[in-house]
Design a protein around this ligand. Sequence first.
Ligand code: NI
Length: 136
Amino acid sequence: MRVTVHRRAHFNAAHRLYRKDWSFEKNDQVFGKCNNPNFHGHNYELIASVTGDIDPETGYVIDVKILKDIIKSEVEDAFDHKNLNLEVPEFQELNPTAENIVVVIYNKIKKHLNPDFDLEVTLYETPRNFVTYSGE
Ligand code: NI
């Protein structure tokens, strides 16, 4: 029986969407207000979903405490109240779009999980705009 365990978390962070190798005009054309040189913030909501077999001994797929601790160290401590462009090494050269952020988060969590588990990460940039990634 494969069951999915979900854990919700959140972090606040600032970002700016732009490419260093494009002119300001081109960045403005493509990214609009998100190219504001003074950055802007989001209240990001995150759902990490781990699918695996129920361990017959414990009755758990994964102890949620373990998942909670991975998210805390890899995501909350790393991203919360940070400027993603300036303070988070993964985004020094990578545009911090929701799409790129969800892939970074997936990789940071996945490396701690038993390889038998499937992971899907859902990231809400706003209550209406969200992305998902499951390692495809
Ligand atoms: Ni934004």
